[in-house]
Design a protein around this ligand. Structure first.
Ligand code: ATP
Ligand code: MG
Length: 320
């Protein structure tokens, strides 16, 4: 089984990335051949600062390794170290219906947030399809927000296969029900580009500040509160034990505890949850050259697979 997933170096990794994608990806590395890439071509649709892009890319690698990615099992690499993926994206775009892309959520969401509409952002699902298909992937662990993109990937692979013969494998998304969409400080989807994140490796003071700034309703301390509509409770349920979650749920429903107190409990749990990852991160930082080595090794493995698939595609469509 080949497992494939990616993450954009469009900013700093947050707990939505962790629970939605990184943790499942790290667990899956035990179950098959895992390929995880840092989507620097994709990040260009929102980030136009070369130094920031370079720095974020390395930081994503560092943070992913710190969270438990094992480079002896999973290949970790930069998307742009396999440039053939843009060639496959072009070929896929020639069979991609406009209407299909116009319905893509990521594009619609970013436009609604006032981000500039480039053709690159519009074509994002086509490049993402190429990212997945170029490795003959079987399983794609992603957050709920990416489900539609995996469906588009299947559609595009199906169209190419119909036209030119069975050349591409149709992948399956793997989405955790519980962590479908992790909400951000404002209650919207937590996203690097929305300024509403709790970063995995934030300094203690900063993480506390972010947690304390979670938006709540104005229910007074004594009032019973609905845990199922609360961002605080949603986040707590990602890091608490079953008993702790039940106790916090009961305290919400009973009344008598203010949101400020719940936020303090959430911060304490979050801080402890990521303690082993912070330790590993320090260890990796103490090894100069390590991240470059990991990325080079990953790129080599990824290229070997991509070259083979692309030879088949070029021949099938008549480019060779
Ligand atoms: P951007 O704002 O630049 O789109 P992002 O924070 O949405 O960044 P991506 O790189 O687009 O992060 O997504 C990386 C992975 O993290 C994807 O699998 C995505 O589904 C998952 N993910 C991102 N945000 C969340 C979230 N709030 N909840 C669950 N999963 C998420
Ligand atoms: Mg995103």
């Amino acid at each position: 089984m080949r497992i494939l997933s990616g993450i954009q170096p469009s900013g700093i990794l947050h707990i939505g990335n962790y629970f939605g994608m990184m943790r499942p990806a790290i667990e899956l590395q035990e179950e098959g051949e895992a390929l995880y890439f840092i989507a620097d071509y994709h990040a260009l649709t929102t980030l136009r600062e070369p130094d920031a892009l370079r720095e974020n890319s390395r930081r994503v690698a560092l943070d992913f390794l710190a969270c438990g990615l094992d480079p002896d099992r999973a290949a970790l690499f930069l998307q742009s170290d396999v440039p053939q993926v843009t060639e496959l994206a072009w070929i896929l775009s020639t069979v991609a219906p406009m209407g299909l892309l116009e319905r893509a959520h990521s594009y619609k969401d970013k436009i609604a947030r006032g981000l500039p509409a480039s053709a690159g952002l519009f074509n994002y699902p086509v490049l993402m399809a190429a990212d997945i298909l170029i490795y003959n992937s079987d399983v794609v662990p992603v957050g709920r927000d990416q489900k539609q993109h995996v469906e588009i990937t299947r559609d595009l692979a199906g169209k190419l296969n119909e036209t030119f013969g069975e050349i591409l494998k149709l992948p399956e998304p793997r989405i955790r029900e519980q962590t479908q969409i992790v909400p951000g400080l404002d209650g919207q989807k937590m996203s690097k580009s929305y300024g509403n994140t709790i970063d995995i490796f934030a300094e203690e003071k900063e993480m506390r500040r972010r947690v304390m700034s979670i938006v709540t309703d104005s229910a007074p301390v004594e009032a019973p509160k609905n845990p199922d509509e609360s961002t605080i409770f949603h986040l707590f349920s990602l890091v608490g034990s079953p008993e702790e979650i039940a106790a916090v749920r009961a305290a919400f429903e009973k009344g008598g505890t203010g949101y400020g107190e719940f936020k303090k409990q959430l911060f304490a749990k979050l801080w402890d949850y990521f303690a082993p990852m912070r330790k590993r991160r320090q260890e990796i930082l103490a090894r100069p050259g390590y991240i470059d080595e990991v990325l080079a090794k990953g790129a080599k493995r990824a290229n070997a697979i991509a070259d083979k698939v692309m030879r088949g595609v070029r021949r099938a469509v008549g480019l060779r």
